[in-house]
Design a protein around this ligand. Structure first.
Ligand SMILES: Nc1ncnc2c1ncn2[C@@H]1O[C@H](COP(=O)(O)OP(=O)(O)OP(=O)(O)O)[C@@H](O)[C@H]1O
Length: 260
């Protein structure tokens, strides 16, 4: 089974644990939401899973020791959409997405093969960016850039996809499109984990939730079991109600106020 299994993962900075003994399993072919307030350690945890920041503990995917793998080998299995991904701004959109094929290129290959070009075109189409191929990346809006970073990750054809707040610059339609696209990918067997701030979207689109606060795992499980008013009060410091949504067959979170 190609689940992501994280065990006792810890990251310390300045003598302070910012990720503290976190363990969970993100199920195979499902979407796992990583939620928690600002500064909870979500970005640090994702970076630690991929060995991009020094950490102790373990993160395995289908028997692969993710933090200790060679970068190129890992990039053939796992793609990461960072919160503020840096890109050489002079590249065109097509060239940015083509970066996703580099881990698969032979040493003598100069530029994408016809097969790579088809994969790049498909990733651009799936993210609604097909007509932007020749545009310079630095001329895009924040939301368009975010979609291109997703397209670059999809072009890697990963078995595990990690995303750090991939909807932060997207309008509501684009958020729904992105999450529906991820659902489709999960249905093909891709294991997906994404950090997300919108808890109603997390409840609707995620199969599994991992809740962090103060660097520690607070809860893990199905959205309906995890997103309770008491958890929202404890973790986010808000009073909130769950209101039945008969059309969707589950509950919506309605926030009342921040509490002390
Ligand atoms: N190099 C560092 N030195 C000291 N503290 C750090 C360092 N890097 C991160 N932190 C702290 O670790 C905590 C976790 O940061 P992280 O970015 O992982 O949180 P997050 O859950 O992703 O937050 P957000 O929702 O705001 O993006 C924060 O309090 C941050 O200030």
């Amino acid at each position: 089974m190609s689940a992501l299994s994280v065990r006792d993962l810890s990251v310390s900075r300045g003598g302070h644990a910012i990720v503290d003994g976190v363990g969970f399993t993100a199920p195979s072919g499902r979407i796992t939401g990583l939620i928690g307030p600002n500064g909870a350690g979500k970005s640090t945890l994702l970076a630690a899973i991929l060995g991009l920041t020094p950490a102790t503990g373990a993160a395995h995917f289908d028997g692969l020791d993710l933090p200790r793998m060679a970068r190129r080998d890992r990039a053939r299995q796992v793609a990461f959409v960072e919160q503020s991904a840096t890109t050489d701004d002079r590249l065109s959109v097509e060239e940015v997405v083509a970066l996703g094929r580099i881990p698969f290129e032979a040493a003598w290959q100069s530029g994408p093969s016809p097969e790579d070009q088809a994969i790049i075109a498909r990733a651009l189409a799936e993210t609604g960016m097909a007509s932007f191929g020749p545009r310079r990346f630095d001329t895009l809006s924040g939301g368009e850039q975010q979609r291109v970073h997703l397209a670059r990750a999809l072009a890697q054809q990963p078995r595990l996809l990690l995303l750090d707040e991939p909807t932060s610059h997207l309008d509501i339609r684009a958020q729904l499109q992105l999450l529906a696209l991820l659902q489709g990918k999960a249905a093909t067997g891709m294991t997906i984990m994404l950090a997300l701030h919108d808890l109603n979207l997390a409840a609707r689109f995620c199969d599994h939730l991992v809740v962090l606060a103060g660097g520690r795992l607070v809860a893990e499980g199905r959205p309906n079991d995890v997103l309770t008013p008491s958890l929202l009060r404890e973790v986010y410091g808000v009073s909130a109600r769950l209101v039945a949504d008969p059309a969707a067959g589950d509950a919506l979170i309605v926030y009342d106020q921040a509490v002390e």
